[in-house]
Design a protein around this ligand. Structure first.
Ligand SMILES: [Zn+2]
Length: 223
């Protein structure tokens, strides 16, 4: 007897052929034009999506994008967009996860009022995340300067039961409330003195260019 899951998987692979924007991993259907997952247990749901105004609009955007000459595409791939870069920084500052750009209504809002093509979250991750990180770390390094620093390491468990460890640092310059910076955050497979020590060492490597780095460790254990 064929399992229900594999039955649906083969159906999805057949159904996605109705539109070249659709792809599937066998579990869900993704519309590449809308950059959106479509709940799908019947082919009529995909047909309904194809008929929607939003899909038609996004297909139009996708088609016009494909019509760009190859030379222009090569050129544009080498030039980073200031708009995308600023969008990265703005979303990070506002604590808006980049995957929210997959929300069709949010994308439509941005496209309507910015009058620009809105990047996919994967584009931001691939091409702009390291720029934002470098800028943030440059700022942290310049703020700390040659001061002594304090560090705090804390771990928490996320909703999936993973050990998430955070390294927070700040400068000791005599002020009562120095700005703390989240230096690094990592999921550790096991949490013990060795893995935490390695995590702290790795996190502090970004300060290797500071000549007079010294630090005082403050440990806090909440469990
Ligand atoms: Zn679509």
């Amino acid at each position: 007897m064929v399992p229900v899951a594999s039955k649906l998987s083969s159906k999805l692979k057949s159904w996605v052929k109705i539109d070249d924007s659709f792809t599937t991993d066998g579990d869900v259907v993704l519309c590449q034009a809308c950059n959106n997952q479509i709940g799908c247990s019947m082919i009529s749901q995909l047909e309904q999506h194809v008929r929607s105004a939003l899909h038609a609009k996004n297909k139009g955007l996708q088609t016009s994008k494909k019509q760009v000459l190859l030379s222009q595409m090569q050129q544009s791939s080498n030039v980073r967009s200031e708009f995308f870069h600023d969008m990265c920084n703005a979303m990070v500052a506002a604590n808006i996860p980049w995957y929210k750009l997959q929300v069709p209504k949010y994308r439509a809002f941005l496209e309507k009022y910015c009058g620009r093509q809105i990047p996919n979250d994967s584009t931001l991750r691939k091409n702009y995340r390291h720029l934002c990180y470098d800028e943030a770390m440059t700022y942290v390094r310049s703020d700390i300067g040659n001061n002594y620093i304090w560090i705090a390491v804390d771990e928490t468990t996320d909703g999936k039961g993973r050990y998430v460890t955070n390294l927070v640092i700040g400068k000791l310059d005599g002020k009562e409330s120095p700005t703390p910076f989240l230096n690094s955050s990592k999921t550790l497979e096991h949490e013990n003195h060795a893995t935490v020590a390695r995590f702290v060492n790795d996190g502090l490597k970004v300060f290797k260019k500071i000549k007079y780095l010294s630090f005082i460790v403050m440990l806090r254990r909440t469990c």
